[in-house]
Design a protein around this ligand. Sequence first.
Ligand SMILES: Cc1cc2nc3c(=O)[nH]c(=O)nc-3n(C[C@H](O)[C@H](O)[C@H](O)COP(=O)(O)O)c2cc1C
Length: 335
Amino acid sequence: MFKIGNVEIPNRVVLAPMAGISNVAFRKTVKEFGAGMVCAEMISDKALLLNSKRTLKMLEVDEAEHPISLQIFGGEKETLVEAAKYVDQHTNADIIDINMGCPVNKVIRCEAGARWLLDPNKIYEMVSAVVEAVEKPVTCKMRIGWDEDHIYAVENAKAAERAGASAIAMHGRTRVQMYEGKANWKVIKEVKEAVSIPVIGNGDVTSPELAKKMLDETGVDAVMIGRAAQGNPWMIYRTVHYLKTGELLDEPDLKEKIDVLTLHMDRLIDLKGEKTALMEMRKHASWYLRNVRGGGKIRQSLKEVSTREELVNMLQEFLKETSTREHKLNKEILV
Ligand SMILES: Cc1cc2nc3c(=O)[nH]c(=O)nc-3n(C[C@H](O)[C@H](O)[C@H](O)COP(=O)(O)O)c2cc1C
């Protein structure tokens, strides 16, 4: 257990914010698999202030999700502060997170996201203004630097701490790396040693053992898991269990995967309606069926599904075929 401001985080495993993925349907599912905290996908300060219906919907929090952080991004102080105040006063979030890691050009061009990593003074100024304007704890999610020659992780983290941030999530890649190459855990360790607020380490935590390795090697308060949880909420459950007991649980079987995939789909349909949900479920289903024997063929067919019924039938058919094949194989082995 650790604390972010006055918010208790019951364990050391956190779901990363992922645009297009970490919405309430996925977060709730991951929460049921034991995540200590879930983080919502980034929200533009300007879109929020324009009262865009789609954006306001992204601010909805389910009672079962706590503790949860909602993340905003922006490049100008005035709009960022107004958006933070809105999240503070009109949402059920426990924590307000500021994005200073997003590497995409569209965000950088607005002076937002990873753009701040070159300027600890800007970090100090922006975070101070937000912290002063809100009641909820404010956290920052950043990358270690802009590129190899501009790694200001320690300065940036210290600037955020001085400005009143209650925790930092540090992704061990630079902006230029995007999502490629290895995350640098050494710099994460340096950051942990330099500040006294909680630090959450992020990048390349792809197994329960690696989660433990990051905690041991860097001393961070928690690990944040992103891509390894896509189509794999068991990654969260198995990591929580491993950290608690040292026991490595088996991967789920196909039936369990299909059951959870279906639950996730139904939640996404509730959130976005069948048409959009099914478009999005194509990628999720493909992730759920990663590393499943015979999954290659069904992953191809997923590109064509557009209704709940089609996807359910396809999955049930696949489950039946797989069980028959395995039953036959077992019989042959016994003979
Ligand atoms: C599809 C996708 C969307 C992402 N969206 C966000 C976002 O909205 N906010 C954010 O701070 N980070 C975002 N990230 C970065 C992740 O939170 C995380 O820092 C990164 O994936 C590294 O962690 P991992 O190696 O565990 O995946 C995103 C990453 C991916 C792959």
